[in-house]
Design a protein around this ligand. Structure first.
Ligand SMILES: Nc1ncnc2c1ncn2[C@@H]1O[C@H](COP(=O)(O)OP(=O)(O)OP(=O)(O)O)[C@@H](O)[C@H]1O
Ligand SMILES: [Mg+2]
Length: 298
């Protein structure tokens, strides 16, 4: 199975949301990371066949996905970023309803609903109303619905609403368990999630894929020599921040701070080299701290 994006561009009026993306996907987990507005959801909607590219084409094993229509959709599971639940439905009724929408009927529908409820660890709460579910349970239900048709291509556009670390790990592990033989394409702006999970990381910036098909180890190796630690006076910080990307600040005794800087050149002669982590990589690409940057890692 191979999906190929050729010269994919999407314009919203004059706004170019996805800019000439070329990409090949084979089975495995792909993590698409990028800041808000970088074009992840737009790219994903085109992959899901819901949005037509302004130009370029996406093919599955050589066939244009737009021309494939239902034959493509039958292979596809999709969890949109803004997935709407019916709060008064139970999880089971909700999935049965979606089976009907997807044209899965009778005993097969019952079998599939049970199966995906097990996979998502929701079987024991299947008769509870969705409005009683936590954010993590809802996200797992979102995955469950995407799996109803036993898809070989699973596309997840992560909701921006945060999950607690325990639920994040659980969600991540679920995806890992299901990955065999599938293409999983997972968009997020939380780098730590995909660093554990993804076989390949794609970094999206301003509608372009800035870095593609690298593993997290390769990203880290590339960032070697770009992280610096140094002690500075509190009063020096604003000046340093105006010149460099500061990815961590730790207060020390008295008037001093230990700071972590991401820079391709040594920021000051007394700076010592540190080992990069994926937050630093993110900082290097986007010049901002990602949501889960850890302030006390310096
Ligand atoms: N329907 C639309 N009409 C006009 N502009 C849009 C539309 N959808 C998205 N955009 C713009 O296209 C760009 C890319 O948006 P997109 O939703 O793909 O980003 P994203 O990477 O998914 O962001 P986020 O992390 O916030 O989900 C943004 O500038 C956005 O404002
Ligand atoms: Mg989005």
């Amino acid at each position: 199975m191979e999906i190929e994006f050729t010269d994919i561009t999407k314009m919203y009026g004059k706004k170019c949301a996805v800019d000439n993306v070329n990409l090949t996907l084979e089975s495995g987990i792909y993590g698409l990371i990028g800041a808000n507005g970088s074009g992840k959801s737009t790219l994903i909607k085109m992959l899901a066949g819901l949005l037509k590219p302004t130009s370029g084409k996406i093919t599955l094993d050589g066939k244009d996905i737009c021309a494939m229509g239902a034959a493509y959709r039958s292979k596809l599971g999709y969890l949109p970023q803004d997935f709407g639940f019916y709060p008064d439905f139970s999880a089971y009724d909700f999935l049965r309803y979606l089976c009907a929408v997807k044209g899965i009927g009778g005993s097969l529908a019952e079998e599939r609903c049970k199966k995906v409820l097990y996979i998502a660890d929701l079987y024991t709460v299947k008769d509870q109303k969705i409005k009683t579910f936590s954010g993590g349970m809802r996200q797992r239900l979102g995955i469950a619905q995407a799996l109803l048709n036993d898809p070989s291509i699973l596309i997840i556009d992560e909701p921006t609403s945060g999950l607690d670390p325990r639920e994040r790990i659980r969600f991540r592990n679920k995806l890992g368990e299901m990955a065999a033989g599938k293409i999983i394409f997972y968009a997020t702006h939380i780098i730590s999630d995909i660093s554990y999970l993804a076989d390949r990381i794609l970094i999206m910036k301003d509608g372009k894929i800035a870095s593609k098909h690298v593993t997290s180890d390769e990203l880290l190796a590339e960032a070697e020599g770009t992280v610096w630690l140094m002690n500075v006076k509190r009063s020096e910080l604003p000046g340093i921040q105006s010149k460099f990307n500061v990815s961590g600040i730790l207060p020390l005794e008295g008037d001093y701070l230990r700071i972590r800087i991401v820079s391709d050149v040594i920021p000051r002669l007394d700076a010592v080299s540190g080992s990069p982590d994926l937050e630093d990589v993110y900082m290097r690409f986007f010049g901002e701290v990602s949501e889960y940057a850890d302030a006390d890692k310096v």
